[in-house]
Design a protein around this ligand. Structure first.
Ligand SMILES: O=P(O)(O)OC[C@H]1O[C@](O)(CO)[C@@H](O)[C@@H]1O
Ligand SMILES: O=C[C@H](O)[C@H](O)COP(=O)(O)O
Length: 956
């Protein structure tokens, strides 16, 4: 802007801007920019041009902040000063500008005794159509900016009107924006008067309140002229009259608004308020920069000059008016001609009402779009400044997924869905009870708030000198801690964390051997407190530790559980050392950043602040203000959700070796959250990458790559997959601690994917079903001393085959090889095979299952899952039963070489495990899944060897 263009000459010739004062019109500037305030340009306008106010809007801030380098210093300072979200970054910088501009305009405010000298700041354009949130936001901005010459800008939409009334009654200066129609203006002026009357009625001062009604001009001509041009080009019979209306309708409309203002000002009702000290709500001509270059650039200034009005001019218009504006009282002149323009327009069907209605909606949308662009630019700068302190996302997507993702992200942007998600609006999902399950969104800040307690627990654990921590729990209560144990290992000076999530007797016994019971801290972890496994594991280890340490056994036990649970009762009764509580509004699989993850993290000696601040950095990056296109959680969730809808529902997780166990946690998160009602993501974890030829079109790959120790083989295989146009999301972590960031990001991503898939991401109905079946079986055992008899549909040496009737008849066959072959013959394209092994999970069995699944994957070119029971029941089990019916299951059970008794119960761990396998199978069968159970008697290793060979042969 050429703000100081020959000011002396202009002044000498009678600067039109200055001359406006004589006709009581105030020129305001429709522009803000930091450098423009700081380099004295704004002050110069005040001093030399008689500038009397400043307006801003989201589009203006987008131009100022979204481009250039003006804000970079403060950006760096804010980003470096701690974890911040995008909205706070924007607002902090915007408010600084507004305050600085207010300071420049303050002398005008003083000199005009509060008539002029205002700077306007608009409420979030996202609120344009909501009354109560607009009131709250305007009050908040008024309080935060805290300067008397601020005007808060509120849209004069239908829902905005009651907000305006209330805010005026509150005593807040309001600039009403987005006024296009006479009717809307009338409603706003009425709201202003009613607000003043309310305040006055309460005996409160009204003399300090200022307000303007921003009536938009050029945008009206923009639309009307377009229609005129269209009709003229189409040879309309009224072409000449239509052409004569070009560039006239907006001004005529504004003149009518001014007439209404004059009428109301003369009314006794207004005179009463005036006598009480009220200031009029002046009309402010907005949108006064000409958009059609055919018009004189001073058109919407010259033609709208009248007493007690404001014209807010964009810089170029102000320059033009200074140079060649004509100051004459035009606003009240030629009123009849203006009426005729409007009557002609109406007669010719130019539909001013339709145009103004559309402009309000477009205006709200356009400011929201600008705000999206602004926050997007702020987010992009923030991400760049955070560099590798924030994990990075890179997408390599085939065309159909790419297009779907872009369309979905834009839909989320336009619909404000990420804001609705953060506002806990259940209709983002299915409108059921989702709002009750969203405290994971804010749990990181909550835990940081409680960090002193957690740190002192950590200090005490260290001081007590435990050698081991043994965590007992399932699913969400164990998988997060397991990731911590596997990723961070044994920390010097702290006990080593082990996580036991099995009822397999051998596995229970192995863990007992791994720890020094007399020197072990046991964490019993169960949200509900009622889950069978942690309860019987607690009974077992309580007994064992008691044998080792006697009566002080309780001092070796800590519970993590939700308030009021059965486990809390047990912990109190048994004198546990500590009880840490979960948050009842967080489900198990979303609980890793709550005490369920943080308490074991403390016990094993992680730096809790560093860990939580990492998670917080990602939570801020995923905040409601971060537009979908820049929001790491929304981006990932969109890729997963859109891919699933395109048939790519096998989310294949690949992770660098040092963080390999993230996949186990991710399996539960994705499967339990989305695998229901026949839909969902099927996580495929730990399936060693193959060449592109072994994959079908049902995959999406998520590669968690640790930048400081990547695996060259994985890198190479991923590049080949990208080249083969498989969808790949690469997430780069610069250090292991950043898994905390990924915990949060994947939680949000899963919630987003669930919304796209269209399910309630926070229940797990089908897990409950197998728990019910298991309970029936253990109850039967308690009564009769044995599990109900069952008959195999075939046997082969040490192998017996079980299935329900339907599956059995499809499988037939009597040799192991035939049965497996028959099961594999049922595989169709896009299916997955899951091996569900209810055996000890150790290095040897993990190696075995891995070989078996790879043989299937490479032979059949389908996705495979390799799972151990009962742990997967609390994880992928939900999706196997509730998700798409594309699973082909082989359940593997075996005679236990040695069983382990559960203290105080009739059943043993072996019986529980057998009941769990049968309960699981019954539900799979009942859901019409293709399922086969192979039971191995005698030597497990020999049995697994033969089964492995049969699988490899059948898959080949
Ligand atoms: O923490 P709890 O209540 O013992 O539950 C363990 C797991 O069982 C489930 O409720 C069902 O599998 C999971 O959602 C949960 O993480
Ligand atoms: O308050 C000012 C308005 O936001 C502005 O004048 C709109 O102008 P435009 O129509 O040129 O965007």
């Amino acid at each position: 802007m050429n703000v100081v263009q020959k000011p002396e000459t202009a002044a000498a010739a009678g600067n039109p801007l200055k001359k406006l004062e004589a006709v009581k019109q105030s020129p305001w500037l429709d522009f803000i920019q930091r450098s423009f305030i700081h380099d004295g340009s704004l002050k110069k306008l005040v001093d030399e041009d008689g500038l009397k106010g400043v307006t801003s809007n989201p589009a203006i801030f987008e131009k100022a902040m979204g481009h250039g380098t003006d804000y970079d210093d403060q950006f760096k300072q804010l980003v470096g000063g701690g974890n911040t979200d995008v909205s706070t970054l924007y607002e902090t910088m915007a408010i600084e500008d507004i305050r600085a501009a207010c300071a420049v305009l303050k002398p005008v405010w003083d000199a005009t005794e509060g008539l002029d000298g205002y700077v306007s700041l608009e409420v979030s354009p996202y609120l344009g159509l909501q009354t109560e949130p607009t009131i709250a936001e305007a009050r908040r901005l008024w309080k935060t900016v805290d300067v008397s010459n601020l005007m808060v800008k509120v849209p004069g939409t239908e829902p905005g009107v009651p907000a305006i009334r209330q805010l005026i009654a509150d005593g807040i200066n309001i600039n009403v924006t987005l006024l296009f129609s006479l009717d809307a203006y009338k409603a706003v002026l009425e709201a202003y008067i009613a607000g003043l009357e309310e305040r006055h009625g309460k005996g409160e001062d009204i003399s300090h309140i200022a307000s303007v009604a921003s009536f938009f001009v050029s945008r009206i001509d923009g639309l009307i002229d377009k229609e005129i041009d269209k009709r003229v080009a189409a040879g309309d019979k009224d072409a000449e009259t239509l052409k004569a209306l070009r560039g006239k309708v907006a001004i005529a409309n504004a003149k009518m608004a001014y007439q209404h203002y004059l009428e109301v000002s003369a009314s006794p009702r207004w005179q009463t308020l005036k006598a009480a000290g009220a200031n009029p709500q002046r009309l402010l001509w907005a949108s006064t920069g000409v958009k059609d270059k055919a018009y004189p650039d001073t058109l919407y200034c010259d033609e709208l000059i009248g007493a007690d009005t404001v014209n807010t001019m964009p810089p170029a218009t102000m320059d033009a008016f200074r140079e060649r504006g004509t100051v004459a009282e035009t606003l009240g002149a030629d009123i009849e001609a203006a009426r005729k323009v409007l009557a002609d327009a109406d007669r010719l069907g130019l539909d001013l009402n339709g145009v103004t209605t559309k402009l309000v909606k477009d205006g709200v949308d356009a400011f929201a779009d600008s705000f999206d662009a602004l926050l997007g630019a702020v987010a992009a700068k923030q991400t760049a400044l955070l560099a590798d302190t924030l994990t990075k996302t890179e997408l390599s997507l085939p065309q159909d997924v790419d297009e779907g993702v872009k369309a979905s992200l834009d839909r989320w942007r336009k619909d404000g869905t990420i804001r609705r998600l953060w506002q806990r609006d259940a209709s983002v999902w299915t409108g059921k009870d989702e709002a009750k399950w969203l405290n994971w969104l804010t749990i990181v800040d909550d835990r940081l708030g409680d960090i002193a307690v957690l740190q002192s627990f950590q200090d005490e654990v260290k001081a007590k000198g435990f050698s081991h921590v043994l965590l007992l729990g399932m699913g969400g209560s164990s998988l997060g801690p397991e990731v911590l144990a596997e990723t961070f290992g044994h920390r010097a000076g702290f006990p080593e964390l082990h996580v036991l999530d099995s009822t397999d007797p051998q596995q229970v016994a192995s863990f007992e051997r791994k720890v020094d019971l007399a020197n072990t801290l046991v964490i019993v972890s169960s949200k509900s407190g009622g889950t069978l496994e942690p309860n019987i594991l607690k009974d077992y280890f309580f007994d064992k530790v008691k044998q080792a340490v006697g009566d002080k056994v309780g001092s070796h036990f800590v519970a993590v559980t939700d308030p009021g649970s059965h486990m809390e009762e047990v912990a109190k009764k048994d004198g546990f050392w500590r009880i840490f509580y979960g948050d009842k509004q967080i489900g198990g699989r979303f609980s890793v950043l709550s005490n369920f993850g943080i308490v074991p993290a403390a016990a094993m000696g992680l730096d809790l602040r560093e860990f939580l601040e990492n998670a917080q950095r990602m939570a801020k990056a995923c905040s409601d203000g971060a537009p979908p296109l820049q929001n790491p959680g929304v981006i990932l969730g969109t890729v997963l959700g859109v891919s699933a809808k395109l048939g790519r529902d096998k989310v294949t997780v690949v992770a660098s070796p040092a963080i390999y166990d993230m996949g186990a946690w991710l399996e539960q998160l994705m499967a339990e959250s989305t695998g229901k009602e026949g839909h969902g993501l099927i996580p495929i974890d730990d399936e060693t990458l193959g060449g592109p030829e072994v994959y079908g079109h049902d995959r999406v790959f998520a590669y968690l790559r640790l930048a400081d120790s990547p695996d060259a083989g994985q890198d190479k295989a991923i590049e080949a997959l990208k080249a083969a146009k498989q969808p790949v999301v690469t997430i780069t972590l610069s250090n292991t601690l950043q898994i905390a960031q990924e915990f949060f990001r994947w939680e949000l991503a899963t919630a987003v994917a669930g919304a796209i898939i269209g399910i309630n991401a926070f229940d797990q109905p089908d897990v409950e079903a197998s728990k019910v079946e298991t309970r029936k079986l253990t109850d039967a055992y308690n009564q009769s001393g044995s599990l109900p008899a069952e008959t195999p549909f075939g046997t082969d040496g040490d192998f017996s085959f079980f299935a329900d009737e339907k599956n059995a008849s499809a499988l037939g066959g009597s040799s192991l090889e035939d049965v497996i072959k028959a099961q594999f013959a049922r595989i169709k394209e896009g299916d997955y095979v899951a091996l569900l092994a209810y055996i000890e999970r150790d290095d040897a069995t993990r190696d075995w299952i891995q070989k078996a699944r790879l043989a299937i994957r490479d032979g059949k070119h389908i996705a495979t899952a390799a799972e151990f029971g009962p742990r997967f029941l609390h994880s992928t089990g939900q999706a196997y039963k509730g998700g798409p019916n594309s699973g082909v299951f082989i359940q593997i059970t075996a005679d236990d070489a040695a069983d382990v008794a559960v203290p105080g119960a009739k059943y043993s761990f072996g019986v529980v495990k057998a009941a769990q396998a049968r309960g699981d199978f019954d539900v799979l069968a009942e859901r019409g899944r293709r399922a086969l159970r192979v039971h191995i008697k005698g030597n497990l290793k020999a049995g697994l060897d033969r089964l492995g060979q049969a699988i490899a042969a059948a898959a080949a």
